[in-house]
Write a protein that binds this ligand. Sequence first.
Ligand SMILES: *Cc1c(COP(=O)(O)O)cnc(C)c1O
Length: 449
Amino acid sequence: MTTDTLSPAPTTAQSEALFARARAVTPGGVNSPVRAFRSVGGSPRFIREAHGAYLTDADGTRLLDYIGSWGPMILGHDHPAVREAVTSALAGGTSFGAPGEREVRLAEAVTRITGVDRVRFVNSGTEATMSALRLARGATGRKYILKFRGNYHGHADGLLVEAGSGLMTNAGGALGQAAPSSAGVPEEYARLTLVSEYNDPAALDALMQERGVDIAAVIFEPVVGNAGVLIPTPEFLAALHRVREHGALLIADEVMTGFRLSLRGATGLLGLRPDLICWGKIIGGGLPVGAYGGRADVMDHVSPQGPVYQAGTLSGNPLAMAAGLATLEVLEGDPGLYGRLDTYTAQLADGLRAAAREAGVPLSVNRIGSMLTAFHQEAPDGAIRSYADAARSDTAAFAAWFQQMLARGIYWAPSQFESIFVGAAHGDAELEQTLAAARAAYAGLGGQA
Ligand SMILES: *Cc1c(COP(=O)(O)O)cnc(C)c1O
């Protein structure tokens, strides 16, 4: 199918009505800011249900989904193995506040797959990074942490400093000490977070030279998804591993990349040797799960084994564990899956480049595995490597393109500074549909220029 499928324009009356009701009872009408479509304009689609690669919105319009719940749905929505596991867990009660076998099995799977000795389950990626940092401080007896500009690690106070994702508009400040990205974060907390530039090994080395003895941990996105996709250089990865010479722990935040870029995440794909790894998203198979893990000598500082307190009423929840376990089992049992995701996403990247080129629209695509960002700017492919590079994108051109795609039934991430996610349910028909829409959308944009 190569024809433009724009007409007739689908109605959005139900979504708009729900958004009005939501705004009356929830700040901004959403429970997570990016969902509100603020950076692309218009009313967000309210989603009724999802199967495979498709969402159905409140007006009954089918949308081809490139968000995948922001990463977790790598198998596609409503995967039969996950549904069956959750349904069967459901019949046995939804929460015990006591340990159960599913937690042991998921921990065994995570340690076997990723090579960490110990793992602790929490309920979100935010909790995972927050807990890993407390652990790093407890284990090293140091106060400071170091992160990278435009990396997002959830919304704990000390991490909302030069943060990416929905905070990409609040840039600025010198390296080293930096300002909070959110109201409500005391300067005193932000002061304990040092900031360096992603993919700048010299800046990292210099900061570690100066402040290394005070730094408990360096936390990083091994492939950035939250400034749009940024791919680390080998030189930067080498500098990251040098931070341990200063006694700092290296924390890979694999909340987005874990079980996505390979079964062993970015750590496996890029040959990283972090001290601690944080997970979220895929590890819960679409239910709320986060986790952090690492070597026994570090992890055994965690309570009740050690003095670093961390707890959770619903941690290890049986439904969530069942969904995560079923997801990991499918991923482990299908060795060809990551190759298929890679091939699809590579073709998607090439198709987008060709469509933009043909229409004379500047585009620079960063892509690794099943993660991709199409930056609307002139930079050559692969040249966008930092927050500052990404921030040069034409967000108005992106927003116009996004709306053109949405009108054609393609549900892209509603921000220039996010990754899209391809899942196992995306096949040839979906690729063709997407590229046909992209050609029409770029032709429209090119025509406006
Ligand atoms: C999504 C994300 C988080 C936060 O996870 P939540 O489950 O939303 O709290 C942390 N780090 C990275 C890299 C993420 O992509």
